[in-house]
Design a binder for this molecule. Structure first.
Ligand code: HEM
Length: 415
């Protein structure tokens, strides 16, 4: 595979250095090989799309399918699994694995239950959760903001929203913890956690069908469109994807966001001043900018070419995986002025952190609500928050799907 000639050697991807700071590698790719063929750590060959214009085009291109059955290398595509529809089983039939018309139908149904109003009504609960989590460490003068704050907030929030009873939420916290610590693929403990979650959700859906409540799972069961309903399996897959898509992303939004503020004291002081004056506009633009500047999603945007196509001047074969690197696109100097500068008041900020097109993040209003509540409450309650580690010693969970800190040690004066 010949790359365009370039003075600097191609950067090594998926190393420890890359997880710590992928942006120099992304800059190289954008400039020298914007649609780049690479071998992923799993051995799978894939294309990385790093320029904003190409990324936006790819995210909206109907010839790029979300259905893994289109992957040329997949056993399913070659008809080798022996179990027809295996990949479609159970939790796999969710929004991020399907195309229209199935996607259109499911998205319409879930959108009836998970509305901006559902999220707005949830705001007081998110604030309460945020305060409770800070209460638990505010007296100590130190905390690990990932373990004590960024990690539990989204999981409790989504459990509450779905209607998981409070007494069962710590189980979800443990299962989710297993998934986040051991990353993507269902192996060993992760597989067990996924299974436990699946069984729990299936049972909960069953119970909610008998005794509906004022929660999202009951809403999903109730939702109908032209007489169509979600099947129990579809409702379980939907609940699972809401948990899965809304959990680690939000952990990283809070973790990466607070870290970026701690590294940019002038921006953080600006935000603290605005909040003290009751001005929340900078908080809103600021959380968007934190997403653009160091967003949680790296490559979790898999797509598969359903037919040969050309993107950014490269020929992509049918069946090739295409990964849109949102974090690279969101630092493209062709789209953003001074892209490596954190500017909380950035105006022209159509970042791709939540994706684009028909798969645009369904949970964006909830993520914004949680991100804004988390950051504003931390800065208000712990105004002298300080990083308690050398940035070079911080470890990142990185590389392929999401990017976020493993720990974020801080100290602060007690209230
Ligand atoms: C889709 C990012 C939070 C639910 C997506 C996509 C991105 C994204 C980039 C599109 C993926 C693609 O096109 O391949 C984020 C970020 C979040 C966040 C950065 C937090 C900061 C949430 C939350 C929820 C959620 C809180 C729900 C509770 C979903 C769902 C989809 C999705 C269901 C699939 C939509 C579809 O395929 O139609 N998200 N997300 N996300 N997100 Fe989020």
């Amino acid at each position: 595979m010949s790359e365009q000639p370039s003075p600097a050697p191609a950067p090594e991807l998926f190393t420890w250095e890359f997880a710590t700071d992928p942006y120099p590698a992304y800059a190289w790719l954008r400039e020298h090989s914007p649609v780049h063929r690479t071998s992923l750590p799993s051995g799978v060959e894939a294309w990385l799309v790093t320029r904003y214009a190409d990324a936006r085009q790819a995210l909206a291109d109907q010839r790029l399918s979300k259905d893994p059955a289109h992957h040329a290398g997949s056993a399913h595509a070659k008809g080798k699994t022996g179990i027809p529809g295996e990949r479609k089983a159970e939790l796999m039939t969710h929004l991020l694995n399907i195309d229209p018309p199935d996607h259109t139908r499911l998205r319409r149904l879930v959108s009836k239950a998970f509305t901006p109003r559902t999220v707005a009504e949830f705001a007081p609960r998110v604030q309460e959760l945020t305060d409770q989590l800070i209460d638990a460490f505010a007296e100590k003068g130190e905390a690990d903001l990932i373990h004590d704050f960024a990690f539990p907030l989204p999981i409790y929030a989504i459990c509450d929203l779905l209607g998981v009873p409070r007494e069962d939420q710590d189980d979800f916290r443990d299962w989710a913890g297993m998934m986040i610590r051991h990353g993507g693929g269902p192996r060993g403990g992760v597989a067990r956690s996924v299974k436990k979650m699946r069984n729990y959700l299936a049972e909960l859906i069953h119970r909610k069908r008998e005794e509906p409540g004022d929660d999202l799972i009951s809403g999903l069961i109730r939702a109908s469109d032209h007489g169509e309903h979600l099947t129990e399996n579809e409702a379980a897959a939907m609940a699972f994807i809401l948990l899965f898509a809304g959990f680690e992303t939000t952990v990283n939004l809070i973790g990466n966001g607070v870290y970026a503020l701690l590294r940019h004291p002038e921006q953080r002081e600006r935000l603290q001043r605005a909040l003290a004056e009751g001005d929340t506009e900078l908080l809103a633009t600021g959380v968007e900018e934190l997403l653009r500047y160091d967003g949680p999603v790296e490559l979790a945007t898999w797509r598969y070419a359903t037919e040969p196509l050309t993107l950014g001047g490269r020929d992509i074969a049918a069946g090739d995986p295409v990964l849109v690197v949102l974090a690279a696109a969101d630092r493209d100097p062709e789209r953003f002025s001074e892209p490596d500068t954190l500017d909380l008041s950035r105006r022209d900020n159509q970042h791709l952190g939540y994706g684009h097109g028909i798969h645009y993040c369904l949970g964006a209003p909830l993520a914004r609500l949680e991100g804004q509540a988390a950051i504003a409450t931390l800065l208000r309650r712990l105004p002298d928050l300080r990083l308690a580690a050398d940035p070079d010693d911080l470890r990142w969970r990185g590389g392929l799907i999401m990017r976020g800190l493993r720990t974020l040690p801080v100290t602060f004066g007690t209230e």
